[in-house]
Design a protein around this ligand. Sequence first.
Ligand SMILES: [Cu+2]
Length: 300
Amino acid sequence: MAQASVSRSGAWVSALRNATHSKTAAAGATRRAVTASPCLNASSTPPRNPASAPLRQQQQQRVRAFSSSPRSGYKTVQEAKSRHKSGPFSLKAAGLFFAVGAGLIAYFRHEKARIERQRIADQTKGMGRPKVGGAFDLVDQNGNRFTDEDMKGKYALVYFGFTHCPDICPEELDKMAEMIDQVKEISGNTMRPIFITCDPARDTPAVMKTYLAEFHPDMIGLTGTYEAVKSVCKAYRVYFSTPSDVKPGQDYLVDHSIYFYLMDPEGDFVEALGRNHTPARAAKIISDHIGDWRGKLDRN
Ligand SMILES: [Cu+2]
C-alpha cells in the first residue's frame, strides 16, 4: 500500500517535473530522486481521498497540455524559421529600423549642439560670472553719440583694433565683412557689426569713416575720448596699450587682442570667435545663436 502511494505520488511529481523536461532518462532520475527524498515526498503527496481524484486528473491534464503541446503551432524548426523570415526581420523592417535610428541620432546631435550653445550663452548671463562687456559711451564715424543702449535690439559682433594696424586688422576686417554677408544671408538683418578703436588719438570719426568704407558699408566705427576708449577696452577685457600722452605726428604701436565678441540683443556676451574660425564657420555659429534667441529681435 505504501509502495503504491509512493509510486503514485512519484508519477504526479514527475508529471510536474516533465513540464520542463523530456520524458526520458530525466523523468526516471527525477522519480528516483523524489522517492529517495522523504521530505519532498511528504510535502508533495496528493491527498488520498478518492474525491480529489478528478481534481488530480485535471491538474495532470493541465500540466501535460502545458508541457507536451507545441507552443506556437509550428511542427518543425524549419517551419518556425520560414515563418519568421517574413516576420520581424524583413528588409522593410530593417529599413524602418535604420531610418528611425538615423533620425534619432540626427535629433540628438542637433539637441546636443543646441544645448551646448545654450550653455555657452548662459555662462556669462548668470550672477557671479566674470562679465564681458557693459556700459560705454562713444561716438560713431558720423560724429553721433553711440552707447551700449544703441547696440541692443540686435546681436552685435564687436571687434577692437585701430586703423594704423599694418596687417592684422585689415585681415580681420576682411573676414568680418564676409561674416556680415553670410549672417545676413542666413538670419537677415539681425546683427550689428561694430569696430571699436583702441587708438582714439589718431582714429577720429572722419578717419574711421574713410577706413571702414573699404571693408563693409554696414560696419559701425566707434571712437571717443582716451578715458572712454580705455574703459570700453577694460569692460571687454581687451588688452589696451595706447600711450596716453601722444604728441602729434608721433608714431607708436598699439597692441590689442584679436577676437570677435558676439553680444546678444540684451547686450550680454555670448561667445568670442577667434582667428581659428573661418568666416563661414563663424557665420554658422552666429546664425545658430540667433536662431536660438527667443526674446525680442530687431530685424529691420
Ligand atoms: Cu590690429
